[in-house]
Ligand binder design. Structure first.
Ligand code: TYM
Length: 319
């Protein structure tokens, strides 16, 4: 089974990325051949500063490795190290109905928030389809916000298959229900572009401040609180043991503890959870050539497959 996913180097990685995609993706390394990449072509739709894009891309590689990605088991590479993917995106775009792209929430949300409506932003899902199809991927671990893009990928693959013969497998999304949308400090989906993130490798005081700023209702300290609607509890549940979750739920229901105290517990648990990753990250930062070697090896493996698939595609479409 081939498993593939990507992450945009459009900023610093946050715990929504981690629990929504990176943790499940790392766990899947046991189940198949994995291809995980840094989607730098995609990030160009929002990061148009060369130094920042280069720096972010490298940082995503370091952070993904620090979180447990094993480059011996799977490939980690930069999307732009496999430029054939843009050729496939072009070919796919010739069968992609405009209406399919016009229905994509991500494009509508981004332009509604003031992002310029570039052709690249509009055709973003076609490049994503190419990313997935060029490796004959079976499974794509993602957060819920990417579900529609995988549906587009399947639709485009079906169109190509109908027109040119059975060229592509239809990939399946893998979305974990308990982490499909990790909330940010304002209770909305955690997202770089909403400014509501808690970063995986944020500095200690900043991380504490972010957690203390989680928006809550105005239930007084002594009153019982609803655990079901609390983003504090939702985040705590990602890092705590079953027993700890039961205890905190009881404390919510009992009353007598303020949200500030729960936030402190969340910070303590979260900080501890990422301690081994911080240690691993410090180690990786001490070996500057390691990341370059990993990315070079990953690119080589990815190119091998992409070249084979593109030969098949070019022949089938008449190029
Ligand atoms: P990106 O960079 O926005 O996010 C990377 C991954 O993190 C997940 N994620 C979340 N999951 C749960 N809760 C959240 N708050 C949260 N925030 C982010 C995302 O769902 C995603 O899985 N278009 C993709 C990158 C991409 C890609 C691909 C993915 C490009 N080509 C091919 C899969 C296959 C993106 O922008 O992800």
């Amino acid at each position: 089974m081939r498993i593939l996913s990507g992450i945009q180097p459009s900023g610093v990685l946050h715990i929504g990325n981690y629990f929504g995609m990176m943790r499940p993706a790392i766990a899947l390394q046991e189940e198949g051949e994995t291809f995980y990449f840094i989607a730098d072509y995609h990030a160009l739709t929002s990061v148009q500063n060369p130094a920042a894009l280069r720096e972010n891309s490298r940082r995503v590689a370091v952070d993904f490795l620090a979180c447990g990605l094993d480059p011996e088991q799977g490939a980690l590479f930069r999307q732009s190290d496999v430029p054939q993917v843009t050729e496939l995106a072009w070919i796919l775009s010739t069968v992609t109905p405009m209406g399919l792209l016009e229905r994509c929430h991500s494009y509508k949300d981004k332009t509604a928030r003031g992002m310029p409506a570039s052709a690249g932003l509009f055709t973003y899902p076609v490049l994503m389809a190419a990313d997935i199809l060029i490796y004959d991927s079976d499974l794509v671990p993602v957060g819920k916000d990417q579900k529609q893009h995988i549906e587009v990928t399947r639709d485009v693959a079906i169109k190509i298959n109908e027109r040119f013969g059975d060229l592509f497998k239809l990939p399946e999304p893998r979305i974990q229900s308990n982490t499909e949308t990790v909330p940010g400090v304002d209770g909305q989906k955690m997202s770089k572009s909403y400014g509501n993130t808690i970063d995986i490798f944020g500095e200690e005081n900043e991380t504490r401040k972010r957690i203390m700023s989680i928006v809550t209702d105005s239930t007084p300290v002594e009153a019982p609180k609803n655990p079901e609607t609390s983003s504090i509890l939702q985040l705590y549940s990602l890092v705590a043991t079953e027993a700890e979750i039961v205890t905190i739920k009881q404390a919510f229901a009992r009353g007598g503890t303020g949200y500030g105290e729960f936030k402190k517990q969340l910070f303590a648990r979260l900080w501890e959870y990422f301690a081994p990753m911080r240690a691993r990250r410090a180690e990786i930062m001490g070996q500057p050539t390691y990341v370059d070697e990993v990315l070079a090896r990953g690119a080589e493996r990815a190119n091998g497959i992409a070249d084979d698939v593109m030969s098949r595609v070019r022949a089938a479409v008449g190029l």
